[in-house]
Structures are given as C-alpha cells and as structure tokens.
Design a protein around this ligand. Structure first.
Ligand SMILES: [Fe+2]
Ligand SMILES: [Fe+2]
Length: 344
C-alpha cells in the first residue's frame, strides 16, 4: 500500500490496464489508481477485492482504465495468470485477461532492459494462449480481438500470435508443439523493432529509401536479440528472421523462397498481413476481415504460400477489389519515396 503521506507517483510511473481485465472477487495484491483529470487517485490497496457491482458502476461513470504502479507489474501478472486457471471463470473474461496480460508482456518485450528474462517468460504466456485458443478457435479469435490500447506495435504482436495459433491449429490439429512455436514466433516476430529509431516507426509521412532500408533490418535485429536465449526454440527464431520473406523470393532480408522459408514463418506472415489490414493505421483505415481476405487473395501469387492461404480462408473464391501498392509490407506499408523526390 502507498502510505497517504507519501507523495503519489507521477503518471509516468504507472502502466494502464482496462478495468474489464481485472479479476473480480479475489484479493488483488497491487495498488490501483484511477485517473481523475490528469491526476492519479488511489483507489484500492493491495489485498482488496473488486466486486462486479463496483466495476459496473465505475464503467457506468466512464472509467475505462486503472493505473498500476510499474514496480507492481509482476504482482499484477501473477494474479492474472492465477485467475485464468479458474475453471469457473467466464470465457469472455478469460479472453480479456489473457489479452491484457499479453499486452503488458509485449510492452515489457519492447521496453525492459533485461530482455532475456522477458523473452523467456513469453513461454508461459504463449502456453496459456495456446490452450485457450485451441479450445474454440472462432470465439477465441473474436474475443481476443478486443481493441485494448492504442499503441499499435504491442497490440499487433499479440494479435499476430493469436492468428498464428489459430492458423496453426487448422494446419497441425492438436500438435501442441507446433501451436506453441507458432504463437511464440507470432508474439516475438517484430522484436527487432526495439532497435529501430522510434521516429521511423511512428512516422506518418512517407519513408525515405534509407528509412525503409533500416526497417528492413528488423528481422536481423530480432534474431540478434534472441541469439543466446536458449529457452526460445529454433522454430520461433526462424519466424523472427523469416516473416518478411515472400513465397516467390521477393521478400527480405535474404530473399528466400518456397520451402526455404520455414512453414511457421509462412504461417505468421499471413497472420501479420491480415492483422495489418484489419487494424487502423496511419496510412489506411481498417478493413473488415472479409475485405482483408479479398485483398490478400489479390496479392497472390507470390506473397503467401498458396496452400496455407487457402487453409486460412477455406471458403475464399473471389478476387478482392482493394488495390494495394505493389510493395505492400505489413510492417511499414506506406509508399516509399525516392531520395531524388522526397516531396512526392
Ligand atoms: Fe515485421
Ligand atoms: Fe508485424
């Protein structure tokens, strides 16, 4: 508990969680604050419970997020992990909790100094996602696509992991190892972006050739981060390195083609593009899943493994009507400008 006389921490010392992702009626071993105006107000001390009614009334009054002190992040994640093991918990609540803990975890992946520890703990999270998603793929995917926060990269990694597990499930059935590797690869696929200049990642104007070349290095940066992390299986490391390799050899960083690209990398690539299209970005509005599938079909042949794509979208038959630039890339798909014509 934070004593009253102690100065409450500034907003930058907190992380945010959605109020609907906090388990109800169990003791919560962390402080919770509510943001009133721009000031964090202490709301619950460690050990307190939150009732359903209280949560409902907060939501009625417009509250959407709790703030939790950064140093209590592990206590928060621990509670979430324990609570999803409860067989009586409603499915929708479980989905929210898994997604929220995944989001907080990805935030750590991109910001914590001790990357090895965070990467290793990705395994527990992905195990949870696998057992949840593999129970009932359709409802799990729709529930887990709840829009959570607006920081794109974190959401993206979580969603790509979910889609990758769902597609792996269709391909490999109950082969838990494959589902696990697909989820882990999906979660970590853009890890290399840690090393990119944030100005490039967040740029809303067209990229220069040089900036684009820098972005293309993120698969190499990703494997570099994972090089000595033995706990992460090779299959997931391949995904990190190969998720921008196109089936026809036109991708990067190495221009691999067909079977040279690991199957799970081909799986995650489909998930990556699907999520890019169905999410609002600075350069396009989100399209519906059907439109996304149409669009992806129009990108054939070349980008995806045709068999895997067919599996992703079993009933797909018609060509899409949304035209994407030829060099569309789920990572940074804005039009690139040449250096001779930077104002284009
Ligand atoms: Fe990427
Ligand atoms: Fe991505």
């Amino acid at each position: 508990m934070i004593p009253k006389e102690q100065k409450e921490p500034g907003i930058e010392r907190f992380f945010k969680v959605r109020i609907t992702s906090v388990p109800v009626d169990i003791p919560l071993h962390f402080d919770m604050f509510l943001l009133v105006g721009d000031k964090p107000i202490h709301f619950r001390k460690p050990g307190d419970c939150l009732s359903k009614d209280r949560l409902r009334s907060l939501s009625k009054h417009g509250a959407t997020e709790f703030l939790i002190p950064t140093e209590q992040r592990d206590a928060y994640l621990e509670i979430l992990q324990k609570s999803v093991a409860d067989p009586d918990m409603e499915r929708s609540q479980k989905a929210r909790i898994i997604k929220e803990s995944a989001f907080v975890h990805v935030e750590d992946l991109f910001t914590k100094k001790d990357i090895r520890h965070v990467v290793e703990s990705s395994k527990n999270l992905v195990q949870e996602m696998v057992s949840f998603v593999s129970e009932d793929v359709e409802s799990a995917v729709s529930l887990m696509r709840l829009s959570m926060h607006d920081y794109y990269t974190y959401n993206h990694c979580v969603d790509v992991a979910v889609y990758s597990i769902a597609l792996a499930k269709k391909l490999f059935g109950d082969d838990k190892a494959m589902l696990f590797h697909a989820g882990l690869g999906g979660l970590l696929h853009d890890l290399g972006k840690r090393k990119l200049d944030k100005k490039i990642i967040n740029k809303t104007t067209p990229l220069t050739t040089e900036e684009w070349e820098e972005i293309k290095k993120h698969p190499d940066y990703g494997v570099e981060f994972l090089k000595d992390v033995k706990a992460i299986p090779e299959a997931a490391k391949h995904v990190v390195h190969q998720h921008h390799e196109n089936f026809d050899g036109s991708g990067y960083p190495r221009g691999l083609s067909g079977d040279e690209i690991s199957k799970l990398s081909r799986v995650v690539m489909i998930a990556d593009v699907f999520d890019a299209l169905t999410t609002d970005r600075s350069y396009h509005k989100a399209v519906t899943p059907t439109e996304a599938l149409n669009t992806m079909f129009a990108m054939q042949p070349g980008k995806f493994d045709p068999y895997l794509f067919k599996t992703f979208n079993k009933n797909f038959e018609q060509r899409g009507n949304i035209e994407l630039p030829k060099d569309f890339d789920p990572c940074q798909a804005r039009h690139m400008v040449s250096q001779e014509d930077p104002e284009e």
